[in-house]
Design a protein. Structure first.
Length: 342
């Protein structure tokens, strides 16, 4: 009571002190509150990010002891689907997912059998592609890859996978296949058009880019000047090496051989009247301008049965393997544990 009385006497009628110690106490409580809120927010944000990451890369399929994630599916859709295809189409997603499932199953079998592909085999496959497409120079090949939007490393990886899968299926199925002469001759008679060398054009081009000149008009004036020089007899090869910004420039603008189906239909009216050695009028491009040279035309030629024999056997073999592969793969699926979680 004495202590209470003294305290009341000392404090009665006076305002509560607002000295430094009181402010520090109040400020401390505020800082603790802010820190608590910040910690709670960061914890909540971290949880949301973790949940979002988990949702974004969720598991969409389980095959035996392997998984397929959403990111894998997205990547595969990007490789397979043409630009502009809606990626959120459930039916398309399932189709691509089932293809990934098959690839996982095949990959497991390939590893079990320890199948290998050497660098030389990939080089040969790459060389056949270049030959079939008429890509006679490294620059023409690089330009073709750029048009497709893939790197040589990516193409090599895809070729390796294709060779391994075909080797696996051939080992399981193809070793039992034998074709008679009657089958070979019947296939030739039924599919003569397949043994015709395609009609096509060997092309070269000189390209100038708008970005290299003060304006698109200036770039167009430059390509028109080059076109005049070509009509006056100047060397296409030398002018391409000097002025062209196409990857084929170092090869004199040579693009290689193209079948008629591969050539832009909008370009064909300019190429159709040309004779070998002549150049097209100036052509506009999204990024600049070009003139195209018709180096040569390839006419249609039909192989004889003897000339086509090896190709026929290869085609028969591939068709039969592909026809039986579906049943073999179906049995492989039945022997496997597959869960679709999409």
């Amino acid at each position: 009571m004495l202590i209470s009385g003294r305290f009341q006497q000392a404090t009665w009628g006076r305002r509560r002190p607002a000295g430094p110690s009181f402010l520090r106490s109040r400020r401390k409580r505020m800082i603790l509150s802010v820190r608590s809120l910040s910690a709670a927010f960061l914890l909540l944000w971290g949880s949301l990010v973790a949940v979002q990451a988990e949702v974004t890369n969720r598991i969409v399929a389980v095959i035996n002891n392997e998984i397929i994630t959403w990111l894998e599916l997205e990547k595969k859709m990007g490789e397979l689907l043409p630009p502009g295809t809606p990626p959120n189409n459930p039916e398309i997603q399932k189709q691509v997912l089932f293809q990934l499932v098959d690839e996982k199953l095949l990959g497991t079998q390939i590893r079990k059998l320890n199948l290998q592909v050497g660098k030389e085999e990939i080089d040969q496959a790459l060389s056949r592609i270049q030959q079939d497409q008429g890509l006679k120079s490294p620059e023409a090949f690089a330009a073709a890859l750029a048009r497709e939007g893939i790197s040589e490393e990516t193409l090599r990886a895809r070729l390796k996978d294709q060779i391994l899968r075909f080797r696996l299926i051939s080992r399981e199925i193809g070793s039992k296949l034998i074709f008679s002469e009657e089958q070979i001759n019947a296939y030739y008679q039924k599919n003569k058009s397949k043994f015709e060398s395609a009609e096509g054009l060997h092309l070269a081009q000189i390209t100038v880019l708008n970005s290299d000149y003060p304006s698109p008009e200036a770039a167009k004036a430059k390509i028109e000047e080059i076109s005049v020089l070509l009509r006056q007899g100047e060397s296409f090869d030398l002018l391409a090496k000097k002025f062209s910004r196409d990857p084929s420039a170092s090869q004199g603008g040579d693009l290689g051989f193209f079948s008629l189906e591969e050539i832009d239909p909008l370009l064909m009216p300019a190429l159709s009247p040309l004779k070998p050695g002549e150049t097209s009028p100036v052509q506009s491009l999204p990024e600049g301008w070009r003139v195209v040279k018709l180096v040569n035309r390839a006419t249609t030629k039909t192989l004889s049965p003897k000339e086509a024999r090896e190709k026929i056997i290869e085609m028969l073999y591939q068709e039969e393997v592909e026809a039986r592969a579906g049943q073999w793969l179906l049995k492989l699926r039945e022997r496997s544990s597959i869960q679709i979680l999409l």
